[in-house]
Design a protein around this ligand. Structure first.
Ligand code: PEP
Length: 256
């Protein structure tokens, strides 16, 4: 099996950008630019307060809307958190979990990432599970060990059947928002390592069917080269997703 066995997914992560009115305009503009580009799935992961406007603007287009986090409990005294069924009822299909900014600034651990992933999957959301090494780990030559361990811990207790709704985003932390991009060879090497771990955990069929994205300063200038790699099945894109024309060019690059 090869790349043809899995879906290419180009997902934007808007982070903490865009008011609801700006979101509405950006989703409409993006949707117009990617209309008919069905060679990949196109997703925009927006701030919680933008979901309503974004879902309405994306209706009838081929843009799907995602959230940027979800809590692991179904409801209760968790001030400021959002539950999976709330997202679903708002029309959200995807949710990013374990983004390095959540891990770095908000105390997310592999344990909470795993709990959030289970809750999201149980509710019927598709999960974009982020993992990747920090610069010191890459320099120490332990990238393979780090991403393998994260993959195992973050997916602990998640069934082979549930893996149909899991997308892994390999995001080297040193490349996120820094303008530094992993070379296509570096991205390919680590995505292949992650696929190997998935094969150990779930067998080859699941491993070959799982979408593994690269994220880290992907843009309209470098996307084609990265996406050409056999184990890179899409991208998670921060900065460049805020500009519809740039994001649409990345979607174009994923049509091949
Ligand atoms: C991200 O937010 O996941 C990301 C990869 O950001 P950027 O593209 O800006 O590096």
């Amino acid at each position: 099996m090869n790349k043809a066995t899995r879906k290419t997914i180009i997902a934007g992560n808007w982070k903490m950008n865009m008011t609801p009115s700006a979101a509405e305009a950006a989703v409409k503009e993006t949707a117009a630019l990617v209309a008919g580009k069905d060679g990949c799935e196109t997703v925009l992961c927006v701030p919680f307060v933008d979901i309503h406007a974004a879902v309405a603007a994306a209706k009838g287009t081929n843009v799907k809307i995602g959230a940027q986090n979800v809590h692991f409990e179904a409801k209760g005294a968790f001030t400021g958190e959002i539950a999976a069924d709330m997202l679903l009822e708002c029309g959200v299909e995807y949710v990013i979990i374990g983004h390095s900014e959540r891990r770095q600034y908000f105390g997310e651990t592999d344990e909470t990432v795993n709990k959030r992933t289970k809750a999201a999957l149980a509710a019927g959301l598709k999960v974009i599970l982020c993992l990747g090494e920090v610069l010191e780990e890459r320099q120490a030559g332990i990238t393979a060990e780090i991403v393998s361990m994260q993959t195992k811990l973050d997916l602990a207790g998640i069934s082979a059947d549930d893996m149909k709704n899991v997308i892994i985003a390999y995001e080297p932390v040193w490349a996120i928002g820094t303008g530094l991009t992993a070379t296509p060879e570096q991205a390919e090497e680590v995505c292949a390592i992650i696929r190997g771990v998935l094969a150990d955990l779930y067998g080859d069929t699941v491993a070959q069917a799982t979408t593994i994205q690269y994220g880290g300063s992907m843009n309209d200038g470098n996307a084609a080269e990265l996406l050409a790699k056999v184990n890179v099945d899409g991208g998670l894109i921060g900065g460049a997703s805020l500009v519809p024309a740039k994001f649409a060019k990345i979607v174009d690059a994923a049509q091949a």
